[in-house]
Design a protein around this ligand. Structure first.
Ligand SMILES: Nc1ncnc2c1ncn2[C@@H]1O[C@H](COP(=O)(O)OP(=O)(O)OP(=O)(O)O)[C@@H](O)[C@H]1O
Length: 254
């Protein structure tokens, strides 16, 4: 089942022909099936953030379309899009973005509160998530009382509670040490395997990308190449490094 389809995306910042206008994306097409775990990698300025902004509906393409679960989001009105983003998309960011005045459990409940779920359902669901990610012992703590790795596990739980069609993650391990990064990546692996969740990760980090099943490389706003994991994760790391060597550019974490 196709979850995400991007067709011939073009993004131009500024007006065509105008000095300083940038063609950030040129004819980018992408497709993801249910249960796929994809990393997008590319040099600084290659268009990764722009692509993520278009896929998540934060920004509109100059031309082309983004279809998620059969719905074209590039044409949705503000309200329709806001609802769609809340129900069908899960977001994980580098900065965790938790609410400091709410406990871990309350943070996880926020998307369900917005959907007016029953108190019983919310309790059960929050508990299920906290058990899944090993954070039930910190349910009543506040974000500033827990580690970065724990905060990111809360953020992943929050992204999952409304059972989104796809999780979009922007440098999810960017603020984490290697041990916490591995924990988060294993959480992603677990939900892909257990729930067939579809996850797209934008990352500079070879270690993070190696947990994915596929990597798409972009360069100068165009898709450069794709690779698929066939053997072990260690072998995939070597494959990713080889591709990055061909791709060129700087700013990768190895
Ligand atoms: N709001 C904007 N207005 C004008 N140009 C922009 C804007 N946002 C990005 N760009 C330009 O578009 C191109 C792609 O930028 P983008 O941020 O998508 O790259 P990136 O791959 O995410 O980079 P990084 O890895 O450094 O975050 C760059 O040339 C950038 O300068």
């Amino acid at each position: 089942m196709t979850i995400l389809l991007a067709n011939d995306l073009v993004k131009l910042y500024g007006d065509e022909g105008e000095a300083g206008a940038t063609r950030a994306l040129e004819d980018v097409s992408l497709s993801m099936n249910k249960g796929e775990f994809l990393a997008i990698m590319g040099p600084s300025g290659s268009g990764k953030t722009t692509l993520l902004n278009l896929l998540s509906g934060i920004d509109k393409p100059t031309s082309g379309e983004v279809i998620i679960s059969g719905k074209e989001i590039s044409n949705m009105s503000g309200d329709e899009l806001a609802l769609f983003r809340r129900r069908q998309l899960g977001f994980v960011f580098q900065e965790f973005n938790l609410l400091d005045s709410l406990t871990v459990k309350e943070n996880i409940m926020v998307p369900m509160i917005l959907e007016k779920k029953s108190a019983f359902y919310m309790e059960e669901k929050a508990l299920e998530m906290m058990n899944l990610f090993g954070i039930n012992d910190i349910a009543n703590k506040y974000p500033y009382q827990i580690s970065g790795g724990q905060q990111q596990r809360v953020a992943v739980s929050r992204a999952l509670v409304n059972e989104p069609d796809i999780i979009l993650a922007d440098e999810p391990t960017g603020n984490l040490d290697s041990k916490s990064s591995a924990t988060i990546l294993k959480c992603f692996e677990k939900i892909v395997t257990e729930f067939q969740t579809t996850i797209l990760v934008v990352t500079h980090d070879v270690f993070a990308a190696s947990y994915c099943n596929k990597v798409t490389f972009i360069k100068d706003g165009r898709i450069h190449s794709h690779i698929e994991k066939k053997g072990t994760r260690k072998e995939f790391i070597n494959q990713i490094m080889d591709s990055l060597a061909v791709l060129g550019g700087e700013g990768y974490d190895i």
